[in-house]
Design a protein around this ligand. Structure first.
Ligand SMILES: Cc1ncc(C[n+]2csc(CCOP(=O)(O)OP(=O)(O)O)c2C)c(N)n1
Ligand code: SF4
Ligand SMILES: [Mg+2]
Length: 491
């Protein structure tokens, strides 16, 4: 039976575009002659015809179609530039029954998001992608795209794209079709009625493949941007048909949908109980964790920052403190910052412990407890200490007592020297951990919480260095030494 093109507003669109700000609620924001609106219509029509709107998520990119969620009557997700494939992967893995549609421009997919895209294609993620190749960055005013044609003049290639300086236009269909995993790859155009009918068929096929859960389906759509190519809409179509298709031939590049079985992946479990079990493990050897931490300090968010050289155990000290919070059934976050710092520069991590929810894991102000193991960290982070915060520093590397404000405490312990004397300089962080315990017990913890400090510290060290019995033993001992030394110092 011949395919019939339906005119008018497809049911897959909202009746009125209430999400669109301003007075215009019936029209889209696209320029006359733009391909986005036509492709939107084909997708909306397919969604409604297949009856899948209530389980479809359409991912809007950054580009002229950034507001696609104004129009489509289904779930919408707006992602940062180029991040469609990452979000689609999460969506389809978390909810394999959902229909996931990625909608991306050539800047979004073939430039900033290309790695994420090609990896998702290569993994055969269960979603379909509509790739609008208009050979230009439309939204930002006509910069060269990875798919701009050779000789094409754009704002950033005013003399025309030159293969020697800008490389060749990326043939995305050709590349994707070489991968094993993708099921269906086709390039279509939105120029003539015949081409639009082919595009319609391709859109429906890609969505159908997603409904059947057969894996990755990809449709490249040659589309017009008359505004930025400075053409009349009719000339634009001619340009696509006569110039673009020479370099980007239309057609099916791969179709193995008939022989592919549905892709089945293990579904992650996100129910409360499973997540809680994974996050809030009981301490080995018996559960002493309990929700009611008695001491006053647990009634508010505790913000901790640890800084030092890479290799001083800055990150593991943070991890241990976070694990200790976990063992008390508190919410915790641990945010490490590393990179080149790990090879001798300054490394740091932020730990937040709270009975309630944690908004942001960043600690760059109002720090309650700052632990610094070297001078550069002291200089860098001290301004972040809260007015009544506690600074603990390693006096074997920081010789001069830091000048803190009235109301702040600066407590020294020669963690490095003590660790060296103990037999392993690497245990300086564990010495510091013990010192933190003694400091907290002296000033901030009720007796019951102070007693639990050593137990939770031992369990957290065991968790942090799981499987390395010698290291666990050494760090637990160093922690106890740090505790005792600090107790004496604070008497
Ligand atoms: C991280 C980031 N980098 C750059 C931008 C600027 N930016 C916005 S849209 C865009 C290009 C969009 O072009 P394309 O994906 O081809 O979409 P079109 O507008 O042509 O449909 C760029 C570079 C941004 N918003 N975010
Ligand atoms: S600038 Fe180009 S891509 Fe953007 S809406 Fe206008 S015609 Fe479409
Ligand atoms: Mg574009």
């Amino acid at each position: 039976m011949a395919e019939v093109m339906k005119f008018g507003r497809p049911k897959g669109f909202f009746e009125t575009f209430e999400r669109r700000p301003g007075a215009i609620k019936k029209n889209m924001s696209y320029c006359p002659g733009c391909g986005h609106g036509v492709l939107h219509k084909l997708i909306a029509e397919a969604m409604a015809d297949f009856g899948i709107q209530d389980k479809t998520t359409l991912i809007s990119p950054v580009g002229c179609s950034v507001f696609a969620y104004y129009y489509f009557d289904c779930f919408g997700l707006q992602v940062p530039h180029g991040r469609s494939a990452a979000a689609a992967t999460g969506l389809t893995r978390a909810n394999p029954e959902s229909i996931v549609i990625g909608y991306q421009g050539d800047g979004d997919l073939a430039a900033i998001g290309f790695n994420a895209f090609i990896q998702a294609a290569n993994r055969g993620e269960n979603y379909c992608v509509f790739f609008v190749n208009n050979a230009i960055y439309g939204m930002t005013g006509g910069q060269m795209a990875p798919t701009s044609l050779l000789g094409q003049k754009t704002v950033t290639s005013p003399y025309g794209r030159n293969a020697l300086t800008e490389g060749y236009p990326l043939k995305v269909c050709e590349m994707v079709s070489q991968l094993e995993a993708p099921v269906y790859v086709e390039r279509v155009a939105l120029t003539t009625p015949a081409n639009i009918m082919k595009a319609r068929k391709a859109v429906r096929k890609a969505i159908q493949i997603n409904m059947e859960k057969k894996g990755f389906a990809f449709v490249e759509v040659l589309s017009g941007c008359p505004v930025n190519l400075k053409m009349k809409p009719a000339d634009m179509d001619k340009h696509i048909d006569e110039e673009m298709t020479k370099y980007f031939p239309l057609g099916v590049y791969k179709d193995v949908s008939a022989e592919r079985e549905p892709v089945k992946r293990a579904t992650p479990m996100y129910d409360r109980e499973t997540v809680a079990k994974a996050l809030y493990r009981e301490m080995p050897g018996g559960n002493v964790a309990h929700a009611s931490c008695k001491s006053e300090i647990f009634n508010r968010e505790l913000r901790i920052k640890i800084g030092g050289f890479g290799g001083q155990g800055v990150l593991s000290l943070g991890l241990i403190l976070a694990a200790m919070g976990k063992y008390r059934n508190l919410n915790v976050s641990w945010l490490p910052s590393y990179g080149p710092e790990m090879r001798g520069g300054t490394a740091n991590c932020a730990v937040i412990v709270n009975k309630g929810a944690i908004g942001s894991p960043i600690v760059d102000s109002n720090c309650d407890l700052m632990v610094v193991l070297n001078k550069p960290s002291l200089d860098k982070y001290l301004p972040e200490l809260a007015d009544n915060g506690v600074l603990m520093y390693d006096s074997s590397t920081i010789r001069e007592a830091p000048a803190v404000k009235p109301g702040q405490k600066a407590i020294a312990i020669s963690a490095g020297d003590i660790a060296e004397e103990f037999g392993n300089l690497k245990c300086a962080n564990a010495v510091m951990l013990g010192a933190i315990g003694a400091m907290l017990s002296r000033y901030y913890l009720e007796k019951e919480d102070a007693v639990l400090f050593s137990e939770t510290a031992a369990a957290a060290i065991a968790e942090c260095f799981a499987g390395k019995d010698k290291i666990v033993k050494m760090n637990t001992e160093a922690c106890a030494i740090g505790f005792d030394k600090m107790q004496v110092l604070l008497k």
